[in-house]
Design a protein around this ligand. Sequence first.
Ligand SMILES: [Zn+2]
Length: 93
Amino acid sequence: MDNHFCYSECFLCKKRYRVGPNIYDGRRIPAYEISICMLCYRSNWDGFTKVDAEKIEAHLKANGLHIPKRNEKGWLPRDGEFKLVEIVGIDFS
Ligand SMILES: [Zn+2]
């Protein structure tokens, strides 16, 4: 029962990581519809820079997904951009 996992490939670094019950070697980012390894996820806590940001933006564009604004550092926010106004139609800001 300890071997119930499979592998997924990190969207950014292309390394394989394990996916399964109680295994947290990677993470899905719903806003971008990608999965990345925990090393990439943790090391980009303050946003994706240059090559990674361009790779994600190209993926978003190709799939017709929302491209969030860059953060104050000019980097792509790691978990996307939550826009409540787009979901409920009321601007709470
Ligand atoms: Zn990675």
